[in-house]
Ligand binder design. Sequence first.
Ligand SMILES: O=C(O)CCC(=O)C(=O)O
Length: 270
Amino acid sequence: MAETRETTTPESLPIERIASYRSQGFAHVPGVLNEEEIELFRSEASSLLDSRETMIWDMGEGDIALDWVADANAKSDVMRRLTMHPSVSGIASRLAGGPLSLFKSELLRKSAGSRTTGTPAHDDQGILPYTGQPASLTAWVALVDVPVERGCMSYIPGSHLRGEPHDPYDEVATLYPLDYWPELTYQQRLQVPVRAGDVVYHHERTVHVAGVNQSDTDRMALASIYMSADAVFRENPFYAGLYTDDPDMGGMKAGQRLDDDRFPRVGAHL
Ligand SMILES: O=C(O)CCC(=O)C(=O)O
């Protein structure tokens, strides 16, 4: 018999989960989407990934960590609905503790049976072209079941609380946190296997990795990045190097607020 699960909403999110997010830097929230939604979003994700040119995290010699459709919310109304989903975004607001806007979303795939590797250790802040409080966070929405064998995400608990680098544009600190903070290499990583429709939220400074997809099913997830509703632009050479077609988001200047037309406000459940 098919299993039916209660969904988690911003209202039913346990207060302990918020405390744990703040101390650990990530939170697994089970059952945010219902079965109907999972089916809709999974089928759209699958056709988008098959029909669009994807960006690639190139590991050299023909290996890739994953490929993705950048700004999936701008390319599909269905994906846009998922980024603005009242529970996905409302839980994000409660965890962050302040009003949020959508910065971008990436539709991620770790293909089955190909030369995909694990996802290297990194945090997200290093490539974000803005600052603001509360800190930005990512909602990683699982669109298929992701057990350990399918390359689930792992997090270094508390790593979001480490010190800031002396130079915010230091390449090693930005792109290779384990080299800049070698003590992180010896800290535990918590693997988070998830069911389709679960969401794992992580703080922009939390160091995370993901395993290899050893299964025969593609691992698909939508990662939506939410930022402070008051976030302001800061130039970031690493962002500009990755998104060469729009490095400064239409000519933004340092300190300029990221406007609501392009970066819409999301569910305000505080
Ligand atoms: O899905 C992955 O393997 C990595 C995703 C990630 O790094 C992120 O969502 O910030």
